[in-house]
Design a protein around this ligand. Structure first.
Ligand SMILES: [Zn+2]
Ligand SMILES: [Zn+2]
Length: 194
């Protein structure tokens, strides 16, 4: 595994700036991988890892940089729960660890660097130095991953009866004997204007 500073350089490049979220995300991912015993996520352990992230903020980009898990490879899963937390699944051993940032780390950052010019600066400094146990909670968990959740899965492709669009990875809804996409089944996040 690379050092914290090396990952922070990579994260800054990928994310566009260095911020407290990058420091937190890099440390969160490094902590999770150490607990799992995965030390070469971009090399020999490349296919061993699936990561669930629970927020779409700065830290998420950093988690993707350290783990090498990407949405386009199906190895990064997003659950929109608004929490700075991630679960790292070792698909080889079946072990999984969920790591969450402690809410108290913000107050601790204030104590550690009361004179910092702003909150981001303060947290950036403090999150580098803080002990793992002050930054995170973690727990071993079990994650059920059906075959279609794995990066290499190739399944049958079906077509929505209503809109005619193709659907991969068993994401269809079957209702009254018909195959529907999630949008046509009522889960639309958009309203067609025409
Ligand atoms: Zn940021
Ligand atoms: Zn449809």
């Amino acid at each position: 595994m690379k050092s914290l500073d090396e990952y922070l350089r990579d994260a800054e490049q990928a994310h566009g700036h260095l911020c407290a979220g990058q420091v937190l995300g890099v440390r969160l991912a490094m902590f999770g991988l150490v607990r799992l015993g995965i030390d070469d996520p971009h090399g020999k352990d490349r296919k061993r890892l699936v990561t669930f992230v629970e927020i779409d903020r700065c830290a998420t980009d950093a988690v993707a940089v350290v783990t090498g898990c990407r949405l386009g490879k199906r190895a990064l899963k997003f659950r929109d729960w608004g929490k700075i937390a991630a679960t790292f699944v070792d698909v080889k051993s079946g072990k999984a660890v969920r790591v969450a940032a402690k809410e108290s780390s913000k107050a601790l950052a204030r104590e550690m660097h009361p004179g910092a010019e702003d909150k981001n600066r303060q947290q950036m400094l403090a999150y580098r130095e803080m002990r793992d146990e002050d930054l995170f909670t973690s727990q071993w968990v079990k994650v059920e991953l059906p075959p279609e959740e794995f990066p290499g899965y190739k399944g049958e492709r079906v077509v929505c009866k209503v809109c005619g669009e193709g659907i991969n990875f068993r994401r269809e809804v079957r209702r009254d004997g018909q195959v529907l996409c999630r949008a046509c089944a009522g889960e639309r996040y958009y309203e067609p204007l025409e």
